[in-house]
Design a protein. Sequence first.
Length: 77
Amino acid sequence: MTDAAQFPRRAWHYIPVLGWILRDLQRDFFGNIGYAALIFVTAMILAVKTWGLVALGITALATVPVMFVVLILLTRG
């Protein structure tokens, strides 16, 4: 089976940098998760250097719905 047939292309795969990262994570998640975490930490450091603590606040605010879903999934059982 070819690689293209195994992993169908989605709309987000066509975004230049983000698509490449997501496609690599889809192919080998545990081999590339360290690189994705390093990219995220670097982006957060650059955002804090540029915009200050507002960048941390916006990031924390964006993770609230994710944590609600995680907590709901943990308590359903």
